[in-house]
Write a protein that binds this ligand. Structure first.
Ligand code: C5P
Length: 303
């Protein structure tokens, strides 16, 4: 009987984020294209007598920004899946974090997705994939995508995920911010800036054909984020950062999701290294390289 399971889940970026007018339930209708990129959180679950959480963070993450009590989304994921399976008992949770916190890269969603999958495998729940996806949607709009990974279209409030064929290898530079941005705050600011937003979010038609072409320059021209204006209005330095990254040779810079992480599409790995060097030279200490698309939440081999 396995007593420990480790699952890896990736950060997400939005290549297209079309946002419609706020719905009656307080969520916004989305038409988005997600991509999973190679920054990861690993979640390990071990059967235990009492619940516990151990956290280890990459040096650019402030562990103090991650809730460690019942407010941690991994505990919420455990509650939700335990309720669905009717099981009792507890788990010790270890999270190894490399995805920036409150950065618009779905780090919390990755932890939730990894926890659901780890629980499923640890206890051999036998839950079908569609039930895991429903539980994921209960935990947050981005959590189903964290399970699925790759490149995918998201609709509804982001939780209705349809995988897309993406054979490109896209190189990204990501610049997290030392101070997170609250997703609800950015959406509320979108409502304020765009009181006449259409009910239907913008579709990613041009982006889908650019993705199929595999050409970075074509993709760069079609990247789009309706949350960029509110995020930059709240944090004007993000606009400066985007200009700087593009000045250093990135094909295109944009805010990732609700921000404040900014991402830059580059023409190659060498191109990404040049942008990193330029941004470091301009005083940005934390500048990361990632490629996408990568897999959704998956089991790690134990050493
Ligand atoms: O679903 P999730 O928990 O990630 O959403 C966090 C918050 O972001 C919501 O409470 C809501 O304020 C905002 N949100 C939204 N529309 C979406 C997704 C999130 O307004 N489609």
């Amino acid at each position: 009987m396995v007593s420990t399971v480790s699952v890896r889940a990736a950060a997400k970026i939005n290549l297209h984020l079309g946002v419609g007018a706020v719905r009656d339930d307080g969520f916004h209708p989305l038409d988005t294209v997600y991509q999973a990129i190679s920054l990861y959180d690993d979640v390990t679950l071990t059967g235990a007598v009492v619940p516990s959480l151990e956290l280890e963070c990459a040096d650019y993450i402030d562990a103090g920004d991650v809730p460690i009590g019942g407010g941690n989304i991994a505990f919420r994921a455990l509650e939700v899946i335990r309720a669905r399976t009717g099981r009792h008992g507890h788990e010790a949770v270890e999270i190894l974090k490399s995805i920036p916190v409150a950065g618009g890269m779905a780090g919390g969603s990755a932890d939730a997705a990894a926890t659901l999958l780890a629980y499923d495998r640890l206890h051999r729940t036998g839950l079908p994939d569609d039930v895991l996806l429903d539980l994921a949607a209960e935990l947050g709009s981005d959590v189903p995508f964290s399970l699925v990974g790759g490149t995918a279209r998201g609709r509804g409030r982001g939780e209705v995920v349809q995988p897309l064929d993406d054979r490109g290898t896209w190189w990204w530079v990501a610049v997290p911010s030392g101070v997170g941005l609250s997703t609800p705050e950015v959406y509320a600011h979108f409502d304020k800036l765009f009181p006449d937003a259409l009910a239907e979010p913008a579709e990613p038609a041009d982006l889908l054909s650019a993705l199929a072409s595999g050409e970075p320059l074509r993709l760069a021209r079609t990247l789009h984020n309706d949350l960029q204006a509110p995020a930059v209005d709240l944090r004007p330095e993000l606009g400066t950062l985007i200009d700087r990254g593009e000045g250093e040779g990135a094909l295109r810079g944009l805010v990732s999701g609700s921000g404040p992480t900014c991402i830059f599409l580059c023409d190659s790995l060498d191109g990404a290294h040049a942008v990193v060097a330029g941004l470091r030279g301009a005083g940005h200490d934390v500048v990361l390289i990632a490629n996408g698309p990568v897999a959704g939440a998956h089991l790690l081999e134990r050493p």
